[in-house]
Design a protein around this ligand. Structure first.
Ligand code: 13P
Length: 255
């Protein structure tokens, strides 16, 4: 089964409630008119209630940006997967490079993927290499290390609730986008590993690309073999720009 392309907006630590409300309404309208791709937004934890209300009755998926690996406990400032599910999320990011940079280990990312799945969330597990890794030709080794920690926590029955996001760290927020060839190469590698582990079912999760995706480059990235969607930061913070991303995905990858 081939899933629809996913256009996902990671709003990171941006927006206050009135801004998030307005943006979510615009995204919901665009998603209602452009019905081809799946659409998801990932606001910060404090905005989940506001965005949930704004997305009411829309087909846009609401997700959290992160969770702690523990089900509950003395973890000041953290949020559990059950809490974000309880707040109305049906999806979650895990292992975003900005969380890894803040200290999340590969093992913790694996446990957080597990926690999200256990809470009934769709999980987008993020992975990607640093510039130094690429320059040292260690990209595949880094992807293998990160993916192995995720695969250690899941089995075949989880694949229906999982997507991966390849986000090369050097392309995030830098304006420096991976070429479609670079994206495809990494996606091919990740897919091969998934199929190695799960056989045919390993084709089930989408593999998204993330890193300086914008309306001007989204079509060529979506047209790249193996790219099953995009995870977008900066360009998802503006209604017109988010609509343009959905539109490109809607019009047959725009290519
Ligand atoms: P930018 O689109 O701002 O580069 O961010 C990408 C990203 O980190 C999405 O998760």
């Amino acid at each position: 089964m081939t899933r629809p392309i996913l256009v996902a907006g990671n709003w990171k630590m941006h927006l206050l409630a009135d801004e998030a409300d307005a943006l979510a309404i615009e995204v919901a309208l665009a998603a209602g008119e452009l019905t081809g791709p799946d659409v998801a937004v990932f606001p910060s934890a404090t905005l989940i209630g506001t965005v949930r209300a704004a997305l009411d009755e829309s087909r846009v998926t609401l997700g959290a940006q992160a969770c702690h690996e523990a089900a509950k406990g003395a973890h000041t400032g953290e949020t559990s997967a059950a809490m974000v599910a309880d707040a109305g999320c049906t999806a979650m990011l895990a292992g975003h490079s900005e969380r890894r940079a803040a200290g999340a280990t590969d093992e913790q990312v694996g446990l957080r993927v597990r926690a999200g799945l256990d809470a009934g969330l769709r999980v987008i597990a993020c992975l990607g290499e640093q510039l130094a890794d690429r320059e040292a030709e260690a990209t595949n080794a880094v992807l293998d290390r990160q993916l192995t920690a995720i695969l250690a926590e899941i089995d075949e029955s989880d694949l229906a609730s999982l997507d991966l996001a390849y986000e090369p760290v050097w392309a995030i927020g830098t304006g420096r986008t991976a070429t479609p060839e670079i994206a495809s190469e990494a996606h091919r590698h990740l897919r091969a590993r998934m199929v190695e582990k799960f056989g045919e079912s390993g084709n089930e999760p989408r593999i998204l690309y993330g890193g300086s995706v914008k309306p001007a480059n989204v079509s060529e990235l979506l047209a790249a073999p193996g790219v099953g969607g995009v995870l977008v930061g900066g360009a998802s913070l503006d209604g017109a720009s988010f609509r343009a991303l959905i539109e490109a995905a809607h019009t047959g990858r725009g290519s």
